[in-house]
Design a protein around this ligand. Structure first.
Ligand SMILES: *Cc1c(COP(=O)(O)O)cnc(C)c1O
Length: 560
């Protein structure tokens, strides 16, 4: 384990996440939560912070998406080979699942920052010969299987991850739980905190405060129904008598083991991912102190080559210190415009290659890419086809969609089918393409290559949102419902535009903004458009980046 040697003594913080987007070839992520974890890891590497990352190996990946002839999503497994990007570590640990020992090993990925610093990432794997065939599959599928499968994964992640760190020789002071999936880690710490020989029967000697002191929790979910929740009989059959039932009920809720409640009760620092989301969390869980360190994105990862060259030439420290992007508003218009044209050509070439459709470089292009699910309302643009057609005739534009639905989200899959039906129906008046298989690579191309980034979530369900931050780094203007991060970044007509901030319905306002503000501006006033691009980069890029986010986590959460 020589590879780990440099990290063992310095690492003090462990960041646990069910998914993590390290690089496109490693299929250990599905969407925004994983991208945030990956951007966090990249930033910790840049800043040389003493953090190790823990996730699952997800050999079968999330899913690969194809669109069939009828426009519906079809998915296949999306496996990858850990051997290609990681090295196996020798240590093995066991967790108890359904009364058996399930053995876990780990794979080490050394994530190297653009500046050459490294953070270690451990990917947990139950595919070892000591385990039965079904236990070997526990760490295979990201967000796959049923509730029993999910609980087993969460035991491996939370309890197995903590055991693994210890077995490898790490001495961790602070555990950061990225979402509730790893919350069983708190139970592992609780068991370890027990003061033997104590007679305080009520607390059985558990040192709650000691555990809380070690835990930082970031919640990402703004609706109660979406929290991971396991019925106690299930917990008892899978996890066994790990912690007494009445103790669990106290910590994780009386009806079922609610992972968010458990993490809230055993973390000293709780964070929502935007101010609006922190407010929502306080409403769901009255009485808890919830902080609001708003998410950010890793600027060097999400800035397209043409803009990165421009920033390198004029603001050489932008990668490590994205605050200097505030000065982008001083750069000449032609430079911004030509960097944007290059990014747009990249996207047009990719669309041509993937879909055979030739988009036009001169037309304003709207991008919409995110998980296809009800609350994101991807079909809001199609609420009134006659109106949309009329606008497209008056002010021609084109649209690029991308996004996957969870294989069990029937409504999400229907939304994809509806979009593809509209692609077909509107072909004569409004060019629309659907790019399959939304992943880090498609995202990087799309957020930079369109002109307008559209987001229409149903408030308050977008906890933060991060793709609009990526767009802004590339001078792409946000047109978005005021929810999550956009409530903090939006300045009307300066950094972008809001949808639905007046008395009109969201659909009505979207059409009005497109018809009277956004499309005419793109057509008629390039100087003002480029001025807005510069405002977006300066004001959003300089603030909504992961360097600012991590520096705040360090000073407010880790060093509390
Ligand atoms: C950035 C990103 C997301 C998250 O974007 P949201 O705006 O939060 O929906 C999801 N998937 C991929 C592939 C991304 O790159």
């Amino acid at each position: 384990m020589d590879e780990l040697q440099p990290f063992l003594h310095r690492t003090r913080i462990a960041y646990f996440s069910m998914e993590i987007a390290l690089r496109p070839e490693m299929h250990t992520y599905s969407g925004g939560l994983g991208v945030l974890a990956g951007d966090t890891a990249r930033t910790c590497a840049d800043l040389g912070l003493p953090v190790a990352f823990v996730s699952l190996v997800a050999r079968a990946g999330y899913v690969l998406q194809e669109i069939d002839a009828s426009g519906r999503q079809v998915t296949r497994p999306n496996p990858w080979q850990p051997e290609q990007w990681t090295q196996p570590l020798g240590a093995m640990v066991a967790v108890r699942i359904e009364g058996r020992d399930v053995w876990i090993r780990s794979w080490l990925h050394l994530l190297v920052s653009p500046l050459g610093s490294i953070v270690p990432v451990l990917l947990l794997d139950t595919n070892v010969e000591q385990n039965s065939p079904s236990d070997r599959e526990i760490t295979d599928q990201l967000y796959g299987g049923d509730q029993v499968y999910r609980l087993k994964q969460e035991i491996v992640l939370g309890i197995g991850g903590a055991l693994m760190l210890r077995a490898l020789g790490f001495d961790i002071e602070t555990y950061h739980l990225n979402e509730g999936h790893a919350a069983l880690l708190t139970l592992h710490l609780l068991r370890g905190s027990r003061r033997h020989g104590t007679t305080t029967a009520a607390k059985r000697g558990y040192d709650h405060d000691g555990v809380r002191w070690q835990c930082v929790f970031t919640t990402h979910t703004p609706v109660e129904a979406a929290f991971d929740r396991f019925p106690y009989p299930l917990v008892e059959s899978v996890l066994g008598p790990y912690i007494e039932r009445d103790e669990l009920e106290q910590l994780a809720g009386p009806d079922a083991l609610n992972m968010t409640r458990l993490a809230l009760n055993l973390s000293d620092y709780v964070n929502g991912v935007s101010r609006a989301h922190a407010d929502t969390t306080r409403l769901i869980f009255p009485g808890y102190q919830v902080h609001a360190i708003t998410n950010g994105v890793h600027a060097p990862t999400w800035t397209r080559a043409s803009f990165a060259r421009l920033y390198n030439a004029h603001l050489p420290h932008w990668g490590l210190e994205p605050e200097v992007l505030a000065r982008v508003d001083q750069l000449p218009d032609e430079m911004i415009w030509s960097a944007h044209q290059e990014a747009k050509q990249d996207l047009i070439a990719r669309v041509k290659e993937r879909t055979q459709v030739a988009l036009r470089p001169d037309l304003p292009t709207i991008g919409f890419a995110r998980r296809m699910t009800e609350y994101k309302r991807p079909t809001l643009l199609f609420s009134d086809i006659a109106r949309l057609t009329e606008i497209a005739r008056k002010h021609p534009f084109q649209v690029v969609f991308a996004g996957m639905a969870h294989p069990r989200d029937e409504h999400g899959k229907d939304l994809i089918a509806i979009i593809n039906q509209r692609v077909h129906d509107l072909a004569a008046v409004l060019p629309i393409v659907f790019l399959p298989n939304y992943d880090m690579r498609v995202a990087a191309c799309l957020v930079a290559g369109v002109d307008i980034w559209l987001n229409t979530p149903l408030p308050p369900l977008e906890a933060s949102g991060t793709s609009g931050m990526k767009a802004a780094l590339n001078g792409v203007l946000n047109l978005s419902v005021l929810d999550g991060w956009w409530s903090e970044a939006h300045i009307e007509g300066v950094t972008g535009w809001a949808v639905g901030n007046g008395s009109r319905s969201h659909a009505e306002d979207l059409y009005a903004k497109l018809e009277h503000t956004v499309l005419p501006l793109h057509e008629g006033d390039r100087t003002r458009w480029i001025w807005m691009m510069k405002q977006a980069i300066s004001r959003i890029g300089a603030h909504f980046n992961s360097h600012r986010m991590i520096r705040r986590y360090v000073t407010e959460a880790y060093m509390r």
